[in-house]
Design a protein around this ligand. Structure first.
Ligand SMILES: Cc1cc2nc3c(=O)[nH]c(=O)nc-3n(C[C@H](O)[C@H](O)[C@H](O)COP(=O)(O)OP(=O)(O)OC[C@H]3O[C@@H](n4cnc5c(N)ncnc54)[C@H](O)[C@@H]3O)c2cc1C
Length: 476
């Protein structure tokens, strides 16, 4: 029997995982497939990009992933990378918020982004006593009855009060989504919080109950790989080669065409820059939503419009490496976040070599600053030199640190962070229904059902399973 051909467009973590799962699922289903993975860049991994500079390990994009969501850990185990996993350095486990003119430590009792213990908050000075008292009202306030979509900002202001939202939740959330909490859908990003409100009548009670039943683990909240997350990409590419995947890098797909094929199925043609084409029985687009929108426009105007309506914001990371002796100031802890209410250029800064000591030799201190995001993208208009100067001035203003970095690296991420704005889930449903006649065509990636690496991995595997189910269906 002729193997069925699956083509996947986009070689980020979602596309790589989809390709691996396609092989696994096909073997399990006992069907013969061939698989091609296509990437526009000359490098695999998409947003995951690790640079090694001497003994420094610099993450241009993501630097770690959440361990509570098991899919990235499971993938690492499958790839033989478990021994390479690194916890955060618990001796340094302190995160700060820049609030009312100085850095203040985030008190204990914070679960994900939600405060659960009131005492430490009262003592921390991060919130006024009124702010803490308002937070405590979460224990009494009734759950909201309406089932409509609600923004993250509205939900947290309603449950925990304006001050806790602005001083704690908003900056932590911005560190994940680089977004505007007034626009981001709670249901599409943190549906669990909504469930907790419904089930326990209180967010704090719900989080505490969840904590009691949480499994003991030897992993810290965030984990990474010793040599950077690029190790995961390298291992995936190797595995895909071993499985016989055709890996096409530096090949941009510019069009997708569809023909009705044998027995009521479709044949998809992917057209490359330069005019050559490749045919497949199934296609997975693991590209950003705005790229998929243009590829799908000839198939469905509605899908294209809905995909185009998923906004993306731009960010940049600026890594600064100092000879430790030349840096004046305190860089203990994991780093700090800056609430929007404080203004300024920085979203957050990580004291990378304190949080992950293996990322720099003992003689060097590595810092990574995070800028841009919704409402703060103007800064990205500056050239690298200006950007670095502004970031260093801001670091000095906030932390007092001074010194001349020995190495600086700016990594810009244009239209990189998808925003799950209000109505996101309805848009996904419209996209699904308007493409439903094109069986064997699927979408995956950070733009849809989870932006973090573990969610992209889960979604890639589920997408592969759906594609293989379709290919395994008996044809009349
Ligand atoms: C600065 C930054 C920091 C982050 N930090 C974290 C973190 O610490 N932890 C975490 O879990 N997540 C983090 N994220 C989010 C996470 O990294 C991304 O959401 C995830 O890696 C996206 O994976 P993806 O495969 O969906 O998309 P991408 O990685 O964007 O991959 C899509 C690929 O498609 C390719 N492509 C596009 N158009 C075409 C075309 N026409 N033809 C062929 N190929 C094409 C692109 O070149 C790209 O390689 C961060 C993101 C950024 C930008």
């Amino acid at each position: 029997m002729v193997p069925r051909h699956v083509a996947i467009v986009g070689g980020g973590i979602a596309g790589l995982t989809t390709a691996l799962s396609v092989h696994e699922q096909a073997a399990q289903a006992g069907i013969s497939i061939s698989c091609t993975l296509i990437e526009a860049d000359s490098r695999w991994g998409g947003k995951i990009a690790t640079h090694r500079v001497g003994e420094l390990v610099i993450e241009a994009g993501p630097d770690s992933f959440l361990s509570q969501k098991p899919w990235a850990l499971d993938l690492c185990a499958k790839l033989g990378l478990t021994d390479r996993l690194m916890n955060t350095n618990d001796f340094q486990k302190r995160t700060f918020v820049f609030s009312r003119g100085r850095l203040r430590e985030l008190p204990e009792g914070l679960v994900v982004i939600v405060p659960t213990k009131l005492g430490p908050f009262l003592r921390s000075g991060l919130l006024s006593w009124r702010g803490v008292a308002r937070m405590a009202m979460d224990l009494m306030l009734p759950a909201k009855r309406s089932t409509g979509d609600e923004s993250l900002a509205s939900f947290f202001r309603r449950r925990l009060g304006r001050e806790a939202f602005e001083r704690v939740i908003e900056p932590l959330m911005a560190g994940i989504y680089a977004g505007d909490a007034d626009e981001i859908s709670l249901r599409a990003t943190f549906p669990r919080f909504l469930e907790l409100e419904r089930q326990y009548g209180s967010l704090i009670r719900g989080m505490l109950a969840g904590r009691k039943t949480a499994k003991m683990t030897d992993r810290t909240m965030f984990v990474t790989l010793r040599g950077g997350l690029g190790e995961m990409v390298d291992a995936l590419v190797l595995r895909l080669k071993e499985a016989g995947t055709t890996l096409l890098d530096a090949r941009q797909v510019i069009a997708l065409r569809v023909r009705s094929g044998r027995l009521g199925t479709w044949t998809y043609d992917l057209v490359f820059e330069g005019g050559s084409a490749l045919s497949a029985d199934a296609v997975v687009l693991a590209t950003p939503a705005f790229v998929s929108a243009e590829l799908l426009r000839p198939l469905s105007q509605t899908a294209a419009e809905m995909l185009g309506a998923i906004p993306y914001v731009s960010t940049a990371t600026i890594s600064l490496a100092y000879e430790t002796g030349s840096l004046q100031g305190d860089v203990s802890g994991f780093g700090f976040v800056v609430p929007k209410a404080e203004g300024g250029d920085l979203l957050a800064a990580t004291w990378t070599s304190s949080k992950w000591p293996h990322r720099a030799p003992a003689s060097q201190t590595l810092i990574r600053c995070y800028v841009g995001g919704k409402g703060r993208e103007n800064l990205l208009q500056d050239d690298d030199e200006t950007l670095v100067r502004r970031v260093r001035e801001e670091l000095h203003r906030i932390t007092g640190i001074t010194g001349e970095p020995a190495y600086v690296e700016v990594n810009r991420w244009e239209r990189a962070m998808p925003q799950y704005t209000l109505g996101h889930l309805e848009r996904l449903e419209l996209i699904r229904s308007s493409l439903s006649r094109y069986q064997g065509l699927a979408l995956t990636g950070a733009g849809y059902r989870g932006i973090g690496i573990p969610d992209c991995i889960r979604d890639g595997s589920e997408t592969a399973a759906a594609v293989i189910r379709y290919l395994a269906e008996p044809r009349a």
